[in-house]
Design a protein around this ligand. Sequence first.
Ligand code: FBP
Length: 550
Amino acid sequence: MNKSALQIERSKYAPKMPKALVGAVQLEEGKATDSVADQQEIKELFPNTYGMPLVTFVEGGANETGPTFNVGVILSGGQAPGGHNVIAGLFDGLTKLNPANKLYGFLGGPSGLVDHKYIELTSEFIEDYRNTGGFDIIGSGRTKLEDSKQYDKGAEICNQLGIKALVIIGGDDSNTNACVLAEYYAQNNKGVQVIGCPKTIDGDLKNEMIEASFGFDTACKVYSELIGNIMRDANSAKKYWHFIKLMGRSASHIGLECALQTKPNFCLISEEVEEKKQTLQQIVNELVDIIVKRSQNGETFGVALIPEGLVEFIPEMKVLISELNTLLAEGHETAIEFQSFQSSTEKRYFIIRKLSEASSKVYASLPEGIARQLTLDRDPHGNVQVSRIETERLLIEMVENRLAELVPSGIKVKFSAQNHFFGYEGRCAAPSNFDADYCYSLGFVASLLIGSGKTGYMSSIRNTTAPAAEWIPGGVPITMMMNMERRHGHMKPVIQKALVRLDGAPFKAFAAERENWAIHTSYVYPGPIQYWGPSTVCDAPTKTLQLEKA
Ligand code: FBP
């Protein structure tokens, strides 16, 4: 493996761990749990894994070698910094329980389990991946584990390899599926436990017991570094407005965290847009007001942050997208007719005729490129892929149009814009100390949950704003995080997604300052992630976490 100088030094880093995990460990059971909502339905759907107690690991017990067993691990969904350390922590925990325990990695995500594609993860193999970013140790994928044939194929390979437990490292959907799988294996006496680990840069898998999903810390620090660099450029050249779209499929946690770190002139929070029922034009007008005011102060530059999922939170766009999803669903007669048109203009007018009156107005008002993107890009479930919609360009174009409209009334502003999209730049970055430590402990705890015979639990580390030695390791029944939601026309038990709370401390801190940041340039330049140096620089958790736990 070719390694950079940083990688060579960084591979020697020993993740900081909670004191409770260093020596002999014992399990303490807490209170029985209930799901966050829809208790009766969830209880009926998960008779074996509902109501289980919270567990905490504390110092104590005997340091004895336990029985031998094997474990399988799966990386699911989008990459997030720290995944390799979850695997390293899991491996070290398993071999501490018994040096003969083996860890298998299923290749390419959940499909590796179903298709029986795996490798054994030995100590030598894992060595090269410690404290590195990426999921390339075994690869990841987005195959959903959701039917019993897949589950049975999974059990088959587990039985063949002597695997007594699976660890699924994923976001809310993958952990929902992990919970269903745990229940299925328990109900059918398959002898396979299932443990989940909270992963996603989006930061939307968190709740009372899960303080953060891993990867959010590093990804936000990388984006904030880049935003800071751009801010400094903007403030030096004083000639561009930079429109920066930030990844995060649905929730705006990434945008909010980056705003708290860098203090931009404008940052949209999708959840607020939805709450205020703002139209696209209202958003543009608000932004134009800021551009005009700054220009009147001689500041013909600025930085605006835009969350990736924005279009789906603007009520009029949400309706439009859902109408388009129906009209363009595979096999739908409108979709077939739509495809028969050659020119994009014909296609555009055809769609305008087929939409409801309100949606056709919205669609007609969109710049041609965006309108085309909305009709072309569908994911395998028939949904628009928001990461492919160039919202940042859409806003630039609409701002230009609005500024042109203002000219006759005497408002003339110099406006030149650059657009950016930060997403993939941060998903595989070398994990920050926070993520390296947090992930290692999450993996280590997963091994303890397995050793204690638990299934249907998510590995949890709490008290994460304190030094790592004081972190509280434990397990949370996944059913505790569930409620019933409509998905693709059916009511399903799912983990509640954590959107930005407008009554939460991070949003309030941002809202209290944003008007000032809009007009008075207040940029903060966070610089690159530091792996060595003062703890205030190297170990600080996200502002979001600090404010939530204050
Ligand atoms: P997960 O929820 O699986 O962690 O993925 C999140 C994410 O990074 C989103 O922020 C983004 O919209 C999406 O993945 C991009 O998906 P893809 O990697 O398939 O392009």
